[in-house]
Design a protein around this ligand. Structure first.
Ligand code: FCB
Length: 440
């Protein structure tokens, strides 16, 4: 049960704003995260991604780490405003050069590039025109996707459209906790629908251009009702619809889930729903935890229930529940006819000790990864078509509204010197990748 298929893809995931730094280098335009992080009060420790891990300058070191780790694939995102400072039109040549060099180096090291087109850092210039609340953004996205495919696509193995549109809609457009900091129900619904349109438009555009594997990425977590009461069960069903199904039902079956459909009517136009149905070559699933929901106040009438005291949680307060990953993958298989799936993010934040003589003892992370890998293997044993697994993340980085207070890396970052030190979890994952199985 702990062996993985021989053609399984092992990888690591990162995202542009969380690692690159260099917010204005080479004429890069401002992104919504540049703007949001600089507004006092938005990020727990007052930090920004201005330096992040300085990947923009240190990427050769990071690629060397990937090579040492032995992964076959690297999922990273391109910063839209680094290529198109205004979001459309004028191209920043220096931005293209940066990704050119990164791609060349990955390929030279035998690491297959999995390029994610959008991981939450929308050009601020497009936000000024409404961002994801505006329908046009979906079509600007397709134009941008075309540019990337044309100029960088020759070295790309797999294109992924959007990272977690569900989380981006929820935290950025309803809860106000992420960029762009919006909090209206209509902003949220528009962001859901327009991101779905962007995925469909992006896939359509790239299909015409080449033979890449095309996919997109969502964050999925089983939603449990806080009690057996009818209200709590209805709240959990609505949360499931809004969180897990709002991007997937349209993609697989051209419809919004019943609990959400009446709300979506405000933004759906004409034959949108037919357009949203797009066959993908793979679905990226990011998974970290499980959620409990009860009926409550708020714009959509529900509230998230904190894990009971004594629960096993990570430093983020997220419950450790590996069996929920197995359940989630089985649910996907049942709901959508066993689509090819890749776990594109999984990992955990823990308060790691600092390096001692070049070693970082992060046993809790090793334990987390081992159990979640076991859960992945279990889903495969039960017939789920899981084709790969990517750890979140390579080097400790800027964790959005948590700033640098949370460490998710399998490589430790010293924020003063920016020195990288592989943790025990790096060594553990290296052994998993080399053997294609969980070591005892
Ligand atoms: C996911 C995000 C990723 C990272 C992890 C911890 O939701 O896609 O950027 O922040 O959570």
């Amino acid at each position: 049960m702990t062996d993985f298929p021989s053609d399984f893809t092992w990888g690591v995931s990162t995202s542009a704003y969380q690692i690159e730094g260099a917010p204005a280098a080479g004429g890069k335009g401002e992104s919504i995260w540049d703007r949001f992080a600089h507004r006092p009060g938005n990020v727990a420790d007052g930090s920004t991604g201005d330096v992040a891990t300085d990947h923009y300058h240190r990427f050769p070191e990071d690629v060397a780490l990937l090579a040492e780790l032995g992964v076959q694939a690297y999922r990273f995102s391109v910063s839209w405003p680094r290529l198109l400072p205004e979001g459309r039109g004028r191209v920043a040549a220096k931005g293209l050069e940066f990704y050119d060099r990164l791609l060349d180096l990955l390929v030279a090291n035998g690491v297959r590039p999995w390029l994610c087109l959008y991981h939450w850092d929308l050009p601020q210039a497009l936000q000024d025109r409404g961002g994801w609340t505006a329908r046009d953004t979906a079509y600007y996205f397709a134009d941008y996707a075309e540019l990337v495919a044309e100029r960088l696509g020759d070295r790309v193995d797999t294109f992924l459209m959007l990272n977690e549109p569900n989380v981006h809609a929820l935290l950025g457009h309803l809860a106000g906790q992420h960029a762009p900091g919006l909090s209206g129900l209509s902003d949220y619904l528009a962001a859901v629908h327009h991101q779905n349109l962007a995925v469909a438009a992006g896939v359509e555009r790239l299909r015409e251009m080449g033979a890449w594997r095309l996919g997109t990425v969502v964050n999925l977590q089983p939603i449990e009702a806080a009690s057996d009461s009818e209200d709590d069960r209805a709240a959990a069903a609505l949360a499931d619809a809004a969180y897990n199904r709002a991007s997937l039902d349209p993609l697989f079956s051209g419809a919004y889930p019943a609990a959400l459909a009446p709300l979506m009517e405000a933004v759906v136009r004409g034959d949108d729903l037919q357009a949203l149905r797009r066959p993908l070559d793979l679905l990226g699933v990011n998974h970290y935890t499980v959620q409990t929901v009860a009926a409550g106040e708020g714009p959509i009438g529900l509230r998230v229930v904190e894990p009971p005291p004594g629960s096993e949680v990570t430093a983020m307060g997220w419950r450790v529940a590996p069996e929920a990953l197995t359940r989630q993958l089985l649910e996907l298989k049942e709901r959508y006819g066993n689509p090819p799936v890749v776990v594109t993010e999984n990992g955990a934040a823990y308060p790691d000790p600092p390096p001692v003589r070049g070693r970082v003892d992060d046993r809790p992370r090793v334990d987390y990864l081992r159990r979640y890998l076991q859960a992945t293997a279990e889903a495969i044993a039960q017939g789920c078509d899981v084709r790969g697994y990517f750890v979140w993340t390579l080097v400790d980085n800027f964790e959005w509204a948590e700033g640098f207070t949370q460490r998710f890396g399998i490589v430790h970052l010293d924020r003063e010197t920016l020195r990288r030190t592989p943790k025990e979890s790096f060594r553990f994952y290296q052994r998993v990748v080399a053997g294609g199985r969980l070591p005892d």
